[in-house]
Ligand binder design. Structure first.
Ligand code: ADP
Ligand code: MG
Length: 327
């Protein structure tokens, strides 16, 4: 099982940022309102994620670390309409197999916290009492210490941290109402307050995407036939200083999808924004039963049951908004 886990880990855990992604997704799935991320040496030395979510009962701690044990899917219907970010039950088991991992948790309604520690998937984790406020902390040390081939692929501390920052950025854009703190080598890199009002949202988008984006952005707020699209698209005057500023969320999950990209590009070009690279932060909400996220664990793909309708909805909504401010 050790080797099987390590092979599977290769799928899920490519680099430190993939660990951060999985752990923050777990915190979000647990209903966290506040997530703290501590990184040391680009994540190779330490990744620590602390949340104030629902927590894990003592008896479930070892289970959480074993392969294909998920608390999120119980029936086939659940699988048909996945509402959580995770559902495969692979992440923690995979991360365990390539690191030294400690999981500490205290369920919301309980007075005690418990901790399990695993090293390279030592299968009989000791459970010991710990001190913790309600919620969960996962600590991942010495990533890839036992898989030298993978470790060799690690880039500089700066590069690896850059990937982590990008992951946190996406997650913080995806969940505007959740507070995030990101620290690298004990220095605060992002401190994001929970955003409730429109004004808060705009402040957070500005913090993450730059003031020049949000100042020149057109707000979008359209709903029709069970679909809702909100967010911001840049006006043509926006000059992109950074690389791609293209964030598209489907039910809170960041995706990269051909159909979506096509609809956005078409809308831009149709309003004569030729040669312009679209920049946007957009949120599509729809019935989870009409979108299949069960495609691949790490590729950000989705499959819409009614692709044509989604495409036309996106195209029309954006087209209208862009046409109003046509250059
Ligand atoms: P998945 O997210 O696909 O269910 P994971 O391996 O990521 O699988 O996590 C396994 C299980 O551990 C989850 O189903 C959940 O029950 C529990 N878990 C993991 N992280 C947390 C957390 N931060 N808070 C509460 N429960 C958690
Ligand atoms: Mg998960």
């Amino acid at each position: 099982p050790r080797l099987a886990n390590q092979i599977a880990a290769g799928e899920v855990v490519e680099r430190p940022s993939s660990v951060v992604k999985e752990l923050v997704e777990n915190a979000l799935d647990a209903g966290a309102r506040k997530i703290e991320v501590d990184i040391e040496n680009g994540g190779v030395k330490l990744i620590r994620i602390r949340d104030d979510g629902g927590g894990i009962p003592r008896e479930d701690l070892p289970l959480a670390l074993s392969r294909h044990a998920t608390s999120k899917i119980e029936t086939l219907e659940d699988l048909e309409a996945v509402a959580t970010l995770g559902f495969r039950g692979e992440a923690l088991a995979s991360i365990c197999s390539v690191s030294r991992l400690a999981l500490t948790s205290r369920p919301q309604n309980q007075g005690e916290a418990w901790k399990v520690e695993v090293e390279g998937r030592e299968m009989k984790p000791e459970i010991s009492p710990a001190a913790h406020t309600p919620g969960t902390t996962v600590e991942v040390r010495d990533l890839f210490y036992n898989t030298p081939a993978r470790r060799k692929f690690m880039r500089t501390e700066k590069t690896e941290f850059g990937h982590i920052e990008e992951i946190i950025k996406r997650q913080a854009l995806g969940r505007l109402s959740v507070a995030f703190t990101l620290r690298h080598n004990q220095k605060v890199v992002h401190q994001l307050r929970p955003a409730a009002s429109e004004e808060d949202h705009i402040r957070r988008i500005g913090q993450l995407c730059g003031a020049n984006f949000i100042e020149s952005a057109i707000p979008i707020n359209v709903s029709a036939s069970g679909l809702s699209l909100t967010g911001w698209v840049a006006k043509p005057t926006f000059s992109r200083s950074q690389a791609d500023l293209q964030y598209f969320f489907v039910n809170g999950r960041v995706i990269r999808d051909k159909l979506v990209a096509h609809a956005v590009r078409q809308a831009y070009q149709d309003v004569l924004y030729h040669g312009r690279h679209p920049a946007f932060v957009l949120y599509l909400e729809l019935d989870p039963a009409t979108v299949d996220v069960n495609v691949h664990p790490t590729k950000h793909e989705v499959r819409f049951r009614e692709g044509r309708m989604v495409h036309d909805f996106l195209f029309r909504s954006l087209h209208r908004a862009l046409a109003e401010v046509k250059p």
